[in-house]
Design a protein around this ligand. Structure first.
Ligand SMILES: Cc1cc2nc3c(=O)[nH]c(=O)nc-3n(C[C@H](O)[C@H](O)[C@H](O)COP(=O)(O)OP(=O)(O)OC[C@H]3O[C@@H](n4cnc5c(N)ncnc54)[C@H](O)[C@@H]3O)c2cc1C
Length: 389
């Protein structure tokens, strides 16, 4: 067992660090407060080989590992946290599921634009009545000749303001076995995108409405029975969200460390107060512990799909560590940490969202408990209870 990166990984980390410091750091603050998807960063990253790191070379990717993509998130976030969202989009998000299961025609049509940072893809799973209980989704896809007709609504989709392509989970039939997914393009008749709403982080999301929205059968990504595969792909997305939580916590930690070493009160630097030293020690314990869980999940998956258990335990730990550390960093930096002139408060707000998004911490803990007891705990109300009413 080794706890250091290989020479190749270290060289990659250094080259991403140089790029991020030179090209991304100067506008980091403004970029974080702009809700629009940073297409200029996506194009830059594409030319730098940071999009499609984990995708096969045959698909226009680089054939790298999940660990490589996590290294990219860490190095980019250390210079410009917001730009790490682009690494997420280009390597972990719906693009990864799409590349894994898409047909040759689908990939030829959409992957080049996605990988070159010209268009962004949004993922529609959540619905007004199907959040944590994602399998209760109602959005339907009904065959009609050479087409499918989609009806329903989605909420909270990241990048929905800017996306050109939407990967939408739909129901082809009843039960979990009836769930699959389709690709819907923004300008498809019958597909309307509501006004943007804002999360606490400043990110925007729009309601998506499908009303007799007709898409060609060639836009089906995974037909009935595709849910398990989609969830396997979604574990990769979870790792990207996990990595950003940790990287944003680390960013806040570094800023607070710098501040505590240089800011004087009562005639001495803040870092000489034991009350703050112990905060830093606790923050380091949280970050380092969570980081090992993240690396384990990524390294064990390598080029494949990460295990659901290792992903769940890493996500819960990193989401919690990222938020708690960023929140402590705000406290340590006082009013400067709370001010929008530093990115520390922004990191805290972003980390808060990942405790809910992509499978909440509670849902991750449910998954961990199933692993511990080696049995499935159905979260649904037993049918017998419903029948008794
Ligand atoms: C920043 C952000 C980005 C997002 N991006 C996307 C996106 O791109 N695409 C998309 O489709 N969705 C997205 N979402 C939505 C996200 O997937 C849902 O918010 C999440 O699945 C939880 O659903 P919910 O908000 O409806 O909460 P609910 O499911 O209503 O849950 C409310 C609370 O109850 C808890 N809870 C629910 N069931 C259980 C249980 N069985 N055991 C214990 N606790 C439980 C939850 O953990 C939560 O704390 C995003 C959300 C956020 C915050």
């Amino acid at each position: 067992m080794q706890f250091t990166f290989s020479e190749e990984q270290q060289a990659f980390a250094q080259s991403v660090q140089r790029f991020a410091r030179a090209k991304l750091e100067p506008d980091a603050l403004a970029r974080a407060h702009d809700p629009r998807f940073p297409f200029e960063v996506a194009k830059l990253m594409s030319s730098q080989g940071l999009m499609g790191i984990t995708l096969p070379e045959a698909d226009g990717g680089l054939g790298g590992t999940l660990t490589d993509a996590i290294i990219a998130i860490e190095q980019v976030a250390a210079a410009c946290p917001r730009s790490a969202d682009v690494v997420q989009f280009g390597n972990f998000g719906p693009i990864r599921t799409f590349a894994e299961y898409g047909t040759a025609q689908q990939k030829a049509r959409w992957l080049p634009d996605l990988l070159q940072g010209r268009v962004v893809m949004s993922l529609g799973i959540s619905e007004p009545d199907a959040g944590s209980a994602a399998t209760e989704l109602k959005t339907s896809a009904r065959p009609d000749g050479a087409n499918y007709v989609v009806n329903g609504s989605k909420v909270f989709s990241t990048f929905s303001s800017d996306a050109t392509i939407f990967l939408v989970y739909v129901r082809f039939g009843p039960g979990v076995g009836g769930i699959g997914s389709v690709i819907v393009e923004r300008d498809t008749p019958g597909f309307t995108i509501g006004k943007p709403s804002s999360f606490m982080s400043g990110e925007e999301w729009c309601e998506l409405h499908f009303e007799n929205c007709r898409i060609p059968a060639g836009n089906v990504l995974l037909g009935p029975g595709g849910f398990k595969k989609q969830m396997a792909g979604f574990n990769i997305e979870r790792l990207g969200n996990t990595a950003r939580s940790l990287a944003f916590g680390r960013y806040a930690f570094d800023k607070a460390r710098e501040h505590a070493a240089t800011r004087h009160q009562f005639g001495r630097p803040l870092c000489e107060f034991q009350g703050l030293q112990w905060k830093f020690a606790e923050m380091a314990i949280k970050l380092e512990g969570a980081q090992l869980l993240l690396y384990r999940a990524a390294a064990n998956a390598d080029r494949g799909m990460p295990s659901a258990y290792e992903t769940a335990i890493a996500k819960a730990a990193c989401n919690q560590a990222g938020f708690e550390v960023a929140s402590e960093a705000v406290q340590i930096m006082g009013a400067m940490g709370y001010s929008q002139d530093s990115l520390v408060e922004w990191c805290m707000r972003r980390c808060r969202g990942w405790m809910i998004a992509g499978g909440s911490i509670e849902m991750m803990k449910n998954r961990i408990a199933e692993h511990i007891f080696d049995r499935r705990f159905d979260q649904r109300r037993p049918k017998s209870a419903e029948a008794a009413e």
